[in-house]
Design a protein around this ligand. Structure first.
Ligand code: IMP
Length: 429
């Protein structure tokens, strides 16, 4: 029996929803281990469309969902999402959802600071979701975060709010933004406590028992490796570690608890927000990919930047993310293209690189080196086996495998769940 972690291998929005849903249907428990309500997963199940940001996808399949300590939780967003999916007929209660007692909370002042700072950055803004993710993680590392367990201790809340407000109001004042009142925040948290605490527990214990009982656990990553705070295109990243190793620290399960890491990548590449994107297309071809791939953010609604598959970056994501097999999605978006390019390296100030260097200026100067492959005119949409694919499409996938140094273990050929070519079942050891 294997436990599986699923992570994005590009800059997010790789079409995780469908793959995670398929895996969740085969798992007993689904665990979120990093990020917050900046993520956006769309699941289409039984004719219903569920848009989840914070809740583990398995809930849609009636599986136990766990929000690990590595996640930053906005209690208002959580309760609103619970209400939304309940209205769609899902049952969400302490029997189906458990939340790590040591998970940090996102408060309204985090969102306010996130947005005020982005505003002050002007042209140099990161393009955050404005949901307070970065400031909440900063408070966690700075040891002043209010955590789920604090909701049970009014005195702790009061003390922590003093420290938080001293810090945040000073910053907000400096940025010319409205400040926050302690009484108002304290009342808010005390009112939230009875709604959140019934879900809270030491989830590491539950995960340990589940593992001993041979349950299948799916760790559901959010964002993607190139948005990882250490390994991504810093500072144009999110504020958590998105690599598979975080499944362990972000849930309290030892590192041996994850047996297979599935990376997800689109057959081309997109990015939302600012930051380097060497294979980005600024022409009709890029717009075409965006239109055919419906590339608009689930959370932000913004049009995503589009470009060719960057094998150099995905190879890097395979290495640092611990990816053992890749799920390649949206191959059908490339149907009908005469030729398809793949990024195989960069030229930076006259030098050739087979990785993206960490320096900001080097990243901005990276000119992609492309390899051109033959396209295909046939439709790959809905293909369920390799035999259904045109030879050029198979060649494209094989070339990607070579370049990224990892096998494509799953190929998704349409948003429908059954339109998938499975090479290796990630849950099989
Ligand atoms: P933050 O996570 O809101 O701090 O945003 C930091 C960067 O990560 C921005 O470029 C966002 O657009 C990006 N980002 C955050 N969450 C997602 C996601 O789920 N998909 C894609 N990009 C994301």
């Amino acid at each position: 029996m294997a436990n599986v972690a699923v992570i994005g291998a590009q800059w997010g929005d790789e079409g995780k929803g469908k793959v995670v849903d398929w895996l969740a249907s085969r798992a007993d428990i689904v665990v979120r281990f990093q990020g917050g309500h900046n993520a956006g997963h769309t699941l289409v199940v039984g004719g219903q469309t569920y848009k989840l940001s914070l809740l583990p996808s398995g809930l849609v399949r009636g599986k136990l969902g766990i929000i690990g300590n590595g996640v930053v939780i906005d209690p208002d967003a959580l309760l609103a999402e619970i209400e939304k999916v309940r209205a769609q007929g899902l049952s969400v209660g302490p029997e189906t959802l458990r939340i790590a007692e040591n998970a940090p909370l996102i408060l309204p002042l985090h969102g306010a600071l996130d947005r005020a700072r982005e505003g002050a950055r002007g042209d140099r803004k990161i393009g955050t979701t404005g949901r307070g993710i970065g400031p909440a993680y900063e408070d966690k590392v700075a040891r002043r975060a209010i955590r789920v367990c604090d909701l049970a201790e009014p005195e702790t809340l009061s003390d922590k709010l003093d420290e938080l407000l001293l810090h945040h109001n000073t910053l907000l004042r400096g940025l010319g933004a409205p400040t926050f009142e302690k009484r108002e925040l304290l009342d808010k948290l005390l009112a939230l406590a009875p709604k959140i605490l019934p879900f809270a527990e030491p989830v590491w214990e539950r995960l340990d028992s589940a593992r001993k009982a041979g349950k299948r656990i799916l760790f559901e990553g959010a964002q993607a490796v190139m948005l990882d705070v250490d390994h991504g295109t810093y500072p144009f990243v999110t504020s958590s570690n998105t690599v598979a190793a975080t499944a362990s620290a972000g849930s309290g399960m030892g590192i041996s608890g994850v047996n297979f890491v599935l990376g997800i990548a689109k057959a081309y590449c997109t990015r939302v927000g600012s930051g380097p994107f060497p294979t980005e297309l600024h022409d009709e071809v890029g717009l075409g990919l965006g239109d055919r791939g419906h590339e608009f953010g689930t959370v932000t609604g913004r049009r995503r930047r589009c470009g060719w598959f960057d094998a150099t970056l995905v190879r890097q994501a395979v290495k640092v993310g611990g990816i053992q097999g890749l799920a390649l999605t949206k191959l059908d978006v490339l149907d009908g293209m005469k030729e398809i390019k793949v990024g195989v390296g960069y030229r930076i100030h006259g030098e050739t690189f087979r990785r993206l260097p960490a320096g900001l200026r080097a990243q901005a100067a990276a000119e992609p080196i492309f390899e051109t492959l033959e396209g295909w005119s046939e439709s790959t949409r809905g293909a369920k086996s390799w035999a259904d694919l045109p030879a050029a499409a198979v060649k494209y996938v094989r070339r990607i495998e070579e370049l990224i140094e990892a096998p494509v273990t799953l190929l998704s050929t349409s948003p429908e769940r059954d339109d998938t070519i499975l090479v290796r079942d990630p849950f099989e050891d």
